[in-house]
Design a protein. Structure first.
Length: 131
């Protein structure tokens, strides 16, 4: 990755280089911020405790070609994240009809077992099993 070429060792400190803190640092670096201490101050949550290590890891030098490549990689990641979100939405929509219904919304006839025990042709949800 271009970060290593630029001698930026963010992955050695941040366990998730695509997390919010790392992304904010990368975005600021791409926007021209070169002061590693300023970049490290963008850390959030548990990463704030690592600001000194982050400042050391961010001591590299981003050149224009690094910025271009990293920007392209981040844009690709954003595109893939959006595609994943669309897929998750589509999957959830397609699974909705086969999810187990809320027992509170079922009528009494579907909530009762057949005389003499459970109905072997249906599972607990009231749906017939796959054949």
């Amino acid at each position: 990755m271009s970060l290593e070429e630029a001698n930026i060792k963010l992955a050695s400190v941040a366990s998730d280089v695509m997390g919010r803190s790392a992304r904010d640092m990368l975005t600021a670096g791409l926007s021209g911020e070169a002061d590693a201490t300023v970049l490290a101050e963008l850390a959030r949550g548990r990463m704030r405790a690592k600001r000194e290590l982050l400042a050391q890891a961010l001591q590299g030098q981003l050149k224009p070609h690094h910025c271009f490549l990293i920007g392209e990689q981040l844009a690709d990641i954003d595109t893939l994240d959006e595609a994943i979100e669309r897929m998750n939405t589509e999957i959830a929509e397609r699974l909705r009809p086969i999810r187990a219904p809320d027992p509170a919304t079922l009528d009494d006839s579907r909530n009762q077992a057949a005389p003499g025990g459970s109905d072997p042709g249906r599972d607990q949800t009231g749906y017939e099993p796959f054949s």
